[in-house]
Every structure is written in C-alpha cells, then in structure tokens.
Design a binder for this molecule. Structure first.
Ligand SMILES: [Zn+2]
Length: 213
C-alpha cells in the first residue's frame, strides 16, 4: 500500500510511462549497482527528461489566453487530464470534479488546475507573509510559493514520497498530529481527507492544531 501511494504521486506526470528512456536508464543504474543509493537523483533526472520531452511535445500549446500562476508561462491552453481505469465510473456516477477535464496540467511546470486554484486563493485573498502554515502532502507549485512567503512545515504519512518537493517533509498521521494545540495560522490539506477512513478524527485534529480564529 505504501509503495502504491509513492508511485501514485511519482507518476503524476502524464508522460512518465511512455518514455522508453526511463526504463533503459533505470536498468542501467541497477546494472551498475547505484540505483537504490541514488533514487532521489534518478527521479530528478527523470523529471528533467520529462520536462524536455513535454516542452517539445506541447510546443503547439504555446500562445496566449492562459497563464500559469505557478510558473508564469503563457499558453493557448493547458494539457487535459483524462481519467482512466476504475476511476472513471465513480467519477461519472457521483459527478465528482477531481482534477480531470480540459486545461489541467501546465505544460511547463506540471502544476494541476487544483494546485493553481489554491495558489490563486493564496495570492489574491490572503496575506500569508510570516504565517505558520501546515502543508500536507505538499504539491510542488504550492510548496515553493509557501516557502517564499511563510513559515511552512510539510508533512505526509509517507514523507519519503515528498522529499524531492520539500526535503524537510516530516512524518505525520492526520488523525494524530505531532503538534501542540494552536500551532498553525493555516492548514493546506488538498485532496487529503478522502483518503482518511476516520475523517471526523482528522478534522478534530486539524481544528486542534489551528490557532483560534
Ligand atoms: Zn506552470
């Protein structure tokens, strides 16, 4: 189960599985015996190749009309997010909007529409300068913004999955947070609670560590 979540976050790039180079590179690193020692660098390198690949592939998206509030690049549109496999039926049945549809991924920084929505709120509706913020399962685009404007602690139940976004990510179970009462001015927990079986308990914890008001 742990590995599954790691892979889920890791495979967020829609292109990751169609690059044969990835397999070759991984195979090479395993053969020379350094794959497990340098997984972080390996992933960074794959990220890098992905970016080059997608910038070429999505060159036709260049233009104006849409600007990314995470990286500042302009496009005529963003990359659609297409739901696949066993996720399609429940999405249709319950009419859930879960980050799928037109204009989801930024072709430059891969921020998603839901990342950019949170960023828009942070940029336009709040002054977060100097605030104490808890950021759960940190999204790269949001994490960078927070680190530049506030005092942020990143957490996840599998912190290793997020070290390449924030190397200081620490372990935290949202139903038993390792923080004293009234520690944070703001909590960002985007797409977290639907994964928590006891979400009532998680919400009590979120309330407990938030400062009153
Ligand atoms: Zn972007």
């Amino acid at each position: 189960m742990q590995k599954k979540y790691c892979q889920k976050e890791w495979s967020r790039h829609p292109f990751i599985n169609i690059i044969p180079l990835k397999k070759l590179f991984k195979h090479f690193l395993k053969r020379v015996g350094v794959y497990y020692q340098m997984q972080g660098s390996y992933r960074a390198a794959i990220d890098h190749f992905n970016k080059i690949y997608s910038r070429t592939k999505f060159k036709k998206f260049r233009g104006s009309g849409y600007s990314c509030n995470a990286c500042g690049e302009m496009y005529s549109r963003f990359i659609p997010g297409i739901a696949e496999g066993n996720i399609v039926k429940p999405l249709e049945k319950y009419q859930v909007i879960a980050g799928y549809g037109e204009n989801v991924f930024c072709p430059n920084c891969f921020s998603t529409s839901r990342d950019r929505l949170v960023l828009a709120v942070l940029q336009d509706r709040f002054s977060i300068h100097g605030l104490d913020i808890l950021h759960m399962s940190p999204e790269a685009a949001i994490s960078m913004y927070l680190k530049n404007h506030a005092k942020v602690i990143s957490t996840d139940i599998e912190p290793e999955c997020y070290k390449r976004i924030d190397k200081n990510t620490i372990y935290a179970d949202v139903t038993s947070l390792p923080f004293t009462d009234a520690t944070f001015d703001m909590i960002i927990a985007n797409h977290i609670l639907e994964h928590i079986p006891d979400d009532d308990k998680a919400m009590r914890e979120l309330k407990r560590v938030l400062k009153p008001g």
